[in-house]
Ligand binder design. Structure first.
Ligand code: GLA
Length: 674
């Protein structure tokens, strides 16, 4: 076939005597596929996304583009292509899962072909479309409606019939040069804490005053309630408050260049996490390779990079501190728990108490992870049947935070089969939306955590099943994941961002919707790489997580932070919106084409507004619909990323010039003025 094609092309060339009119075959795999965006892995050139021979329902293909939903490849045809043909389908390399995708083709932004939803085992479907007169082509693979999981998708034997050209240019319209907006912190002190902090009576109190400015710095606190003391060198406040009550204190920091003060309202009562959690989690950079040593180094890096001075203070261990069911750990002696049911740590975590003591001595908090089923998602020992012992262990070890997953609980929702945990797969998700049964395990652990003698922030990780935002508070949780796992792709960030509004009314101090971790910096365990999000996409991601009042958990390797990522994570005005004491979640108030405008009310009466451009074209407009955002009269407009006032306007008759990059954001604060 290939031989024939070359022969024909040569013939056409010879006989036409005019190269510019010559017809040729251009294979998709000959184009630069590296600019494609996709949900996982790298574009496969003549291979599947996992680098294997392309196979669809038993049929193999030598050529093509192996990708993963959500996937997009843009090609400039400039009217020089006549026809496109291919065979599409899901690669057989996926087993034990139920992927679904839809292949779509857009010509000059109009859909010109679609495969319909395809599943694993479906025979390859033929593509044959005329491209007459089309300038720009986009090959898209969507998630088929069930999330972009295991969606290994092949454009097999894909080729163009072209006229007068020998290749086509592929491109990605989103700018890729990083640029820094956050100003460097001043040398004079500035206190960056939230203005409210919650603790339960009798629980250990730990609060490190986050402050930027030259060191050495000395700290003091006025009106500290009885039972608390501040270390003047470190700014770490410790102790215990016996009585419920609200205590207004004044935090102060002083260095050679000046001084600063800030009010803090300490609320000693039932509620904790009065502002969203800020910190780091091990999963997205270390996965199963996490160890106490790496976690300790992350804590050191949080301090060394200065992130701690902006309020980042939780260091959370995710999965794999326990023994895994694969039994590969050399210290594994055949039991995952002791004779009293208390869980054993694997050899990479020899001294949990020592580890949390280290965090606490630096004013940091420590987090841990488990699942209500017999197994965690990664196949480690879960809490099923041992919830009491586990809650006690977390408290005894000194943990301040628990992320509690779902995973294998689907396999025990109707009881443990034959009393044998080994009969339960690690990934059994069924039943989570069933309110009678799906809520129970979270209440069990919530009750137990509340009985411990320390405050343990409780985060549910069941991906939003059964509208968790409606009952998470009743399970005594402080935050809950609203969606499936995030990945460092535009499709993932966009779909998670667009799914947040429905849960927004349930956010309040002590209750937060969690759209999952921040995918910036160097992420990906086993294949560490810079976030695949473009710089503007990262600004949009951080701005939206800020306006959503989302828990902010950094997922990258803190020892590999570059200047751009530090700029994203240290903007105190962007963080202040997230940590605002009113605790409202910003929602989309207006949509103009692909521009979505999110508004969040702030405690000081101001409003944060994120103009988020989800489109591939730059937005250039004169904006005047302020009443739709609930903004009236005279306003000062401040650019939060640049930390600069950019306009004073009368919103009843003046407009604001907006220039927003494709997949980018303008993040402003509006404050009423006279
Ligand atoms: C689930 C969670 C992730 C991570 C892994 C660990 O997938 O959603 O965030 O905790 O489990 O196995």
């Amino acid at each position: 076939m290939l031989k024939n094609t070359i022969f024909l092309t040569v013939l056409v060339l010879l006989f036409s005597g005019n190269f510019s009119k010559a017809q040729s075959i251009i294979w998709l795999d000959q184009l630069d596929l590296s600019v494609a965006t996709q949900g996982h892995g790298k574009p496969g050139i003549n291979t599947s996304v996992d680098g294997k021979k392309m196979t669809i329902a038993g049929e193999t293909f030598d050529r093509g583009f192996g990708t993963h939903a959500e996937s997009s490849l843009l090609i400039k045809l400039n009217g020089k292509a006549k026809h496109f043909s291919a065979w599409v389908g899901i690669d057989d390399e996926i087993t034990g899962h139920t992927p679904a995708v839809e292949f779509e083709i857009y010509g000059d932004n109009k859909k010109i072909w679609s495969s319909g939803v395809m599943r694993l085992g479906d025979k390859a479907r033929p593509v044959s479309v005329s491209l007459q007169g089309i300038n720009q082509l986009e090959l898209v693979v969507t998630d088929g409606g069930n999330g972009p999981y295991y969606d290994h998708a092949n454009w097999a034997n894909a080729r163009f019939e072209a006229v007068g050209v020998s290749t086509f240019e592929t491109f990605n319209p989103i700018a890729s040069t990083p640029y820094i907006l956050t100003p460097k912190p001043a040398v004079t002190p500035r206190i960056n804490s939230a203005s409210v902090y919650g603790v339960r009576p009798g629980s250990p109190f730990l609060f490190r005053i986050p402050a930027t400015g030259e060191r050495p710095m000395t700290f003091s606190v006025k009106n500290l309630p009885k039972g608390l003391a501040v270390d003047t060198k470190t700014g770490i406040i410790t102790g215990k408050i016996a009585e419920k009550g609200t205590y207004e204190v004044i935090l102060s920091a002083k260095n050679a260049k000046g001084s600063a003060s800030k009010k803090l309202r300490i609320v000693c009562g039932d509620k904790i996490a009065l502002t969203p959690t800020m910190g780091w989690n091990s999963w997205n950079c270390f996965g199963h390779e996490v160890s106490a040593e790496k976690v300790k180094r992350a804590a050191d890096a949080l301090i060394k990079t200065g992130l701690v001075n902006h309020g980042w203070n939780y260091i959370n261990i995710d999965d794999s501190w326990q023994y895994n069911r694969d039994g590969k750990d050399t210290s594994f002696k055949g039991k995952m728990r002791d004779e009293n049911g208390y869980i054993l740590t694997n050899s990479k975590f020899p001294d949990m108490k020592g580890l949390t003591d280290y965090m606490h001595s630096n004013g940091l908090k420590a987090g841990i992870y488990s699942s209500p089923g017999p197994w965690t998602c990664g196949g480690c020992a879960g809490s099923y049947g041992y919830e009491k012992q586990d809650a006690e262990s977390y408290a005894k070890w000194g943990f301040d935070y628990l992320k509690y997953d779902w995973c294998s609980y689907g396999g025990v929702i109707d009881g443990l089969p034959d009393n044998d945990p080994n009969k339960v797969p690690s990934l059994a998700f069924q039943g989570g939306a069933d309110l009678d049964k799906g809520v129970k395990p979270f209440k069990v652990m919530g009750d137990l955590l509340k009985k411990q003698s320390r405050d343990i922030v409780y985060n549910l990780c069941q991906y939003g099943m059964g509208d968790v935002w409606k009952w998470g508070d009743d399970a005594d949780a402080q935050s809950w994941r609203t969606t499936n796992d995030i990945t460092d792709t535009w499709a993932s960030v966009k779909s998670i961002a667009l799914a947040q509004d429905k849960a927004a009314p349930y956010a309040k101090p002590g209750n937060w919707n969690d759209p999952d971790m921040l995918v910036v910096g160097v992420v990906g365990w086993g294949n560490a790489h810079q976030s695949r999000l473009k710089p503007d996409e990262q600004y949009l991601h951080i701005s939206l997580w800020s306006i959503f009042s989302a828990p902010l958990l950094i997922g990258c390797d803190l020892e590999k932070l570059d200047d751009f990522t530090i700029n994203l994570l240290t903007n105190d005005e962007v963080i202040a919106v997230n940590q605002d004491a009113l605790g409202k979640q910003g929602v989309c108030q207006q949509t103009i084409g692909e521009l979505k405008i999110y508004v969040k009310e702030l405690e000081d009466g101001g409003k944060a507004v994120a103009f988020a451009n989800f489109g591939r074209e730059k937005v250039n407009m004169s904006y005047k619909d302020f009443q739709k955002l609930g903004i009236t009269e005279h306003q000062t407009v401040r650019d939060l990323w640049r930390q600069k006032n950019i306009a004073k306007i009368n919103t009843s008759n003046q407009s604001l010039a907006l220039e927003i990059p494709a997949h980018g954001v303008a993040y402003y604060k509006f404050t009423g003025t006279k």
